[in-house]
Design a protein around this ligand. Structure first.
Ligand code: HEC
Ligand code: HEC
Length: 237
């Protein structure tokens, strides 16, 4: 019986255990994470995962806090994050949290220019945690009905272009890919889609995936219209 004696072996064991816990703790935080995080480079070279973006992706978002923080955004993005059929404000409801964080961080850093929204997303207004919380909240919201659509005159062409040039990334149903930061585009307002396509074509959407730019650069105005109209009619998941 050595209950009261000093068991050096045991103390060392305990110390090693404690050290291991401290060492592994950050990994367990990552493991709890709902959003998959991959290192920058490779196919993510356009979307370098570092700094605040990476920090926000690693944090676990709190849906209730996100709902509270989103009050600041409703003036433009509307109740239920439905956006507007005028296309001025995108629908954010149901978008992948990873995509939302990417876009918020890029708008905040100025990589994606959005002067209208800039004052509402500055460091003094939202914390990194708020960004994770808002993304977690928005991802849970159902996609509302009554989304803006186009004239419906070039849908066959839109379908063909979409299948050929867009589905590889945005998915055959427009569902996107959370892990790869490809946005869910199904059920987005037509006029917003069209404007973004125009920005992507003119290379003025600062954060556009270069492989997408290559494809859209070859599109004329009718192609842009046709494909945006087709996407806006894809039934939301
Ligand atoms: C003053 C109006 C305004 C406010 C307030 C505002 N936004 Fe925006 N937001 C916009 C506009 C306009 C766009 C689209 C810009 C463009 O055309 O590229 C946008 C785009 C976005 C996008 C990108 C969507 C996508 O599909 O790529 C996200 C994410 C976003 N806003 C989140 C927020 C959050 C979160 C808040 C609150 C903290 C907020 N916005 C407050 C006007 C606003
Ligand atoms: C190589 C993958 C890829 C291909 C191919 C691609 N996209 Fe994208 N798309 C993206 C990514 C990633 C984003 C988010 C912005 C960014 O970070 O590049 C995006 C964003 C968009 C947006 C803006 C969505 C929003 O919520 O703001 C539209 C509209 C869009 N794509 C349309 C298209 C169309 C139309 C095609 C086919 C002609 C296409 N994309 C092909 C990857 C792709």
């Amino acid at each position: 019986m050595r209950r009261h004696g000093i068991d050096r072996g045991n103390i060392v064991k305990q110390m090693m255990k404690a050290a291991l816990v401290v060492f592994l703790w950050p990994l367990s935080v990552l493991a709890q994470d709902v959003t998959p995080v991959k290192a920058g480079g490779g196919e993510h070279a356009w979307n370098e995962l570092s700094g605040e973006k990476l920090a926000a992706l690693k944090r676990k978002g709190d849906v209730a806090n996100g709902e509270e923080a989103f009050r600041l955004c409703k003036g433009c993005h509307k109740n239920g994050a439905a956006g507007s059929t005028s296309g001025l404000y995108p629908r954010l409801a149901g978008q992948h949290a990873t995509v939302l964080i990417e876009q918020m961080a890029d708008i905040r850093s100025g990589k994606r220019q959005n002067p209208t929204m800039q004052p509402f997303i500055g460091n003094h207004v939202l914390t990194t945690q708020d960004m994770s919380d808002i993304a977690a909240y928005l991802q849970t919201l159902p996609i509302p009905p009554n989304l803006g659509k186009g004239a419906g005159k070039m849908l066959a062409r839109g379908k063909e272009l979409y299948a050929r040039d867009c589905a590889t990334c945005h998915g055959d149903k427009g569902q996107g890919d959370a892990e790869k930061f490809y946005p869910l585009v199904a059920g987005q307002h037509f006029k917003y889609l069209l404007r973004e396509e125009t920005f992507i074509r003119s290379e003025s959407r600062g954060n556009a995936n270069p492989d997408m730019v290559k494809v859209i650069k070859l599109y004329n105005d009718d192609d842009l219209d046709a494909v945006a109209d087709y996407i806006s009619r894809l039934p939301p998941p």
